[in-house]
Design a binder for this molecule. Structure first.
Ligand code: SF4
Ligand code: SF4
Length: 301
């Protein structure tokens, strides 16, 4: 298990390209280079993270399923004894892709499904009809049953603020775990008052809880403060050249004083409010699972 909190959980951006145009996604503001993680970059970065026993998640501001190596790389990480999850959106699914995804055997699949209200869903994700998205999600859930843990993640917005109970019940009736998180502004990048209003932002404590236990790596192996950095301005290092211990030390130094990034001053990401852990990082998978279960989004938002 990681010797430092920074590498307990790592989001790996296989790509920052995506064919969808979700209303709650400020992808149009990405100004850092766009592309797909090359194989040599994956090999170097994943070797380091596997040695560290980080929990790797293929996610970020792009569609991981659009990467041609995604299934092979999930299997590779699992075969080397490490844990990997993937975040997918229904538009990217079809029967063949879902089959390959389940066969690659990730530890977990999270399906982004913003709302169970047809009009809200189609407003937020206008490129896929609600019925199709639901059919594809249920198909993936059926294929995953007994093989891969699957969860549906919704999002509460200004047009769906009271949906939580109905959302969880809807998926529970279909024997699927689900939760919702509040739509946030991704470091001030989301500007759409129809679905999102900035309420509380910034860091009272000066430190970001998410930054402590989580690291974000771009498709070019750049380590940024978090996935909300669409410009690359919060660069901490690069996992091709820098060892994990070097990045961890830089992150520890940053946490000793107020977060130095402009992005953080406009941030309303709920997990930023998580109090920094004072003890050592989880020693095994059980402790890691307990740690993530202990984080209550409700109390943070
Ligand atoms: S699927 Fe994800 S990355 Fe793509 S536009 Fe929607 S929210 Fe953004
Ligand atoms: S405060 Fe927000 S923008 Fe800054 S590192 Fe944390 S999550 Fe990212």
């Amino acid at each position: 298990m990681p010797s430092d909190w920074s590498f307990v959980s790592v989001d790996m951006e296989l790509t920052n390209q995506c064919g969808s145009e979700c209303l709650m996604c400020p992808r149009e503001s990405i100004s850092r280079p766009k592309g797909m993680m090359p194989e040599d970059v994956f090999n170097i970065v994943s070797d380091k993270l596997i040695r560290e026993e980080s929990l790797i998640t293929f996610s970020g501001m792009g569609d991981p399923l659009s990467h041609p190596n995604v299934f092979e790389w999930i299997s590779e990480i699992r075969n080397k004894g490490c844990d990997v999850g993937v975040v997918v959106n229904p538009e990217a699914l079809n029967e063949s892709i879902s089959q390959k995804l389940v066969e690659s055997h990730p530890n977990s699949i999270t399906v982004s499904f913003p709302s169970i209200q047809r009009d809200v869903f189609e407003k937020l994700c206008h490129m896929v009809p609600y019925e199709d998205a639901l059919k594809r999600t249920l198909e993936l859930a059926n294929l995953s049953r007994g093989k891969v843990g699957l969860r549906v993640a919704g999002i509460t917005t200004e047009i769906s603020s009271d949906e939580l109970r109905a959302f969880v019940r809807f998926w529970k009736e279909r024997n699927i775990k689900a939760d919702m998180t509040v739509c946030h502004g991704r470091g001030g990048n989301l500007k759409n008052p129809e679905i999102y209003k900035l309420k509380t932002f910034g860091l009272d404590s000066g430190s970001c809880g998410l930054f402590q236990f989580h690291t974000f790596v771009t498709w070019e192996a750049e380590v940024l403060a978090c996935c909300h950095d669409l410009t690359g301005a919060t660069r901490i290092g690069n996992l091709i050249d820098d060892d994990i211990s070097v990045i961890a030390e830089r992150k520890q130094d940053i946490l000793k004083s107020t977060m130095p990034f402009h992005l953080c001053q406009q941030c309303d990401e709920p997990l930023r409010l998580y109090s920094l852990s004072q003890g050592p990082p989880p020693k095994n998978r059980k402790e890691r699972t307990e740690f993530f279960r202990s984080i209550s989004y409700d109390s943070l938002s």
